[in-house]
Write a protein that binds this ligand. Structure first.
Ligand code: GLY
Length: 574
């Protein structure tokens, strides 16, 4: 079986039987990472792991809706992709409820602990303490994912958590065979896992496991069972909460029990806008993603575009991204702490004023747009995960969830199996200190007690005459450009080619560093020369990025299809 097929998403087969038949079916799909649903197939699930996708299908088979399936998929991903997301992390769930067309973003972003202090991140001479935001107790923010799963069940789902969490519990208790992607990431992070707090659970006798190793996580199964039995209290109170506070504080952090009992998801109005006749809905603050998408597209609306991949068009897209990321650095942060002029930023008038300095022939310079703080880029990392679901009734979920960098903070509180995030790195420590995604921000995004760090995660819906595209991706700051390029290509093409959308070559610009980063395959020497001739510095990355998950539901007939990024299961593709 080609590894690529392991990430295959599939349209719902209404006649399929039991869970394991679904798993086996998924595993033998070997020709492509996309399946077109037939006329009777009106639901679809796309996720980064076949066992998570199968968990979603199993819950749909049990009569669950898209929201139930999202609980099952997110929980299963927490087990089978522990390096990407999990109960110790958070995320954003973009929902569409068919019955009343209600759309909402469930903000399950982690929060800074109430007792957080800058002295945990800076030494006496005012220098950032190396690693303080990425490793150990100071790196971990209060998790939001368990609260989101409970919220989805209580407000939107049809099935109890005992049913929707059952696949994840089984995978954690009975184990699953790790794939080559897991084996490679664990190898890359072997010394991190050897020296973390209880992280040996992700290793095989102290070493990165080989492909095929059965990874069992009984403590995580027990925590999932507590949540299934007791809801949020099973995580945010009692022994799991006590173990988390204890472990974080032993590892240098400053959590209190009240940080956990006080954690709440927030329902927020998503960013919604029109672009050339399509309606686009995407993540709101504290994600920067929806605003950056809206700003980029509003700027591009003033230009005649060809297709993505043509240098004339790509130059304009890069210029729009440059300006959107500039505004991100200047204005964006947790809206409960900072007044962000969102309406103005996404307005057409503002887009016109920002686009006025774009010319078709010549690249701008980021430092000419405004102050560019100095600083050395750190290594970039790939992590996070995304799931897209539509059900037969037309409910939809686009959810991007994360523990931030691969294997998060490296802290697993004893007896819980919960790997805590290192989301504190998504705050701005200082304007001259970039984070792991080389993002520099303004002090609007500085660390404050109970604040949510700014994110790039961009779950999105794109609706036009063809139907609705539900999409998203991991990749840190590069999430925004992935979703932008796929959206432009979806809207340009008269037919829907999901496999192409998730596979198309990618480039990225984020204002600083002032260069266009391109994937190693997909951009010819002529393309690079054309971009360079306009004044862009083109940097070829050493590997491809992203792991897009997309589903589509046709307006006429309601047929559904799904596609997973071919990069997702490839050894070099995570
Ligand atoms: N942790 C990556 C992001 O939220 O953008």
């Amino acid at each position: 079986m080609r590894e690529r097929a392991a990430a295959a998403a599939m349209g719902r087969r209404s006649s399929t039987g039991a869970w394991w038949r679904l798993v086996v079916f998924t595993l033998i799909v070997s020709c492509a990472a996309v399946r077109h649903a037939g006329a009777e197939q009106t639901a679809a699930v796309a996720s980064a792991h076949p066992l998570a996708t199968a968990a979603g299908h199993a819950v749909l088979e049990r009569g669950g809706n898209a929201f139930d399936a999202a609980i099952a998929v997110a929980a299963a991903l927490a087990v089978v992709e522990p390096y990407s997301s999990g109960l110790g992390g958070g995320g954003f769930f973009l929902l569409h409820r068919a019955a009343d067309s209600a759309q909402v973003m469930v903000d399950a972003r982690e929060t800074a602990p109430g007792a957080v202090a800058m002295s945990q991140y800076f030494d006496r001479d005012g220098r950032p303490i190396p690693g303080a935001t990425v490793r150990g107790g100071t790196a971990a923010a209060i998790p939001g994912l368990p609260a989101a799963l409970v919220h989805l069940e209580q407000r939107y789902g049809k099935l109890p958590l005992a049913v929707t969490l059952a696949p994840a519990i089984r995978l954690a208790r009975e184990g699953f065979q790790v794939d080559s992607r897991y084996a490679q990431i664990a190898k890359m992070r072997e010394s991190f896992l050897q020296s973390g707090v209880n992280t040996e659970v992700f290793l095989d006798r102290g070493r990165a496991p080989q492909t095929g190793y059965r990874l069992r996580q009984p403590a995580l199964a027990a925590t999932l069972e507590r949540i299934a039995r007791s809801g949020a209290a099973g995580f945010y109170e009692g022994p799991v909460a006590a173990a988390m506070v204890d472990a974080v504080n032993r590892a240098g952090g400053a959590w209190r029990a009240a940080d956990l009992t006080g954690y709440k998801v927030i329902e927020r109005e998503p960013v919604r806008f029109e672009y050339r006749g399509a309606t686009i809905t995407a993540a709101a603050l504290p994600s920067a993603g929806g605003i950056a998408l809206a700003q980029s597209l509003a700027m591009l609306e003033g230009f005649a575009l060809e297709r993505v991949g043509e240098p004339a068009t790509d130059h304009l897209i890069v210029e729009a991204l440059r300006r959107a990321f500039h505004d991100r650095a200047r204005y964006l942060a947790d809206p409960d702490f900072v007044r962000v002029p969102v309406a103005r930023l996404v307005s057409r008038d503002y887009a016109r004023s920002r686009a006025a300095s774009i010319t078709a022939t010549k690249a701008s310079r980021s430092d000419a747009l405004g102050v560019v703080p100095d600083g050395l880029p750190k290594a970039e990392s790939r992590n996070t995960t995304h799931l897209s679901i539509v059900d037969s009734a037309g409910n939809r979920v686009a959810a991007t969830v994360t523990i931030n960098l691969l294997f998060g903070s490296g802290v697993v509180p004893a007896g819980t199996g919960v790997l805590l995030n290192n989301e504190m790195d998504d705050f701005t420590l200082r304007a001259d200190v970039p984070n792991a995604f080389m993002l520099k921000g303004g002090l609007a995004n500085r660390i404050e007690p109970r604040k949510r760090p700014l994110s790039s995660m961009t779950p999105a819906f794109v609706e036009d005459d063809k139907g609705v595209l539900v999409l998203g991706a991991p990749g840190g700051s590069r999430i925004v450009s992935q979703v932008l390029l796929a959206t432009l290509e979806y809207l340009r093409a008269p037919d829907v080619d999901l496999a192409r959308l998730v596979a198309m070559p990618r480039y990225h610009h984020q204002y600083w560093p002032d260069h266009v980063e391109v994937e190693p395959q997909g951009f010819s020497a002529e393309w690079r020369a054309a971009m360079s001739a306009k004044g862009h510095e083109v940097v070829v990355a050493n590997r491809r990025w992203g792991n897009m998950q997309a589903v589509f539901k046709a307006k006429r007939g309601g047929a559904a299809q799904a596609a997973s990024d071919p990069r997702g299961a490839g050894v070099a593709g995570y």
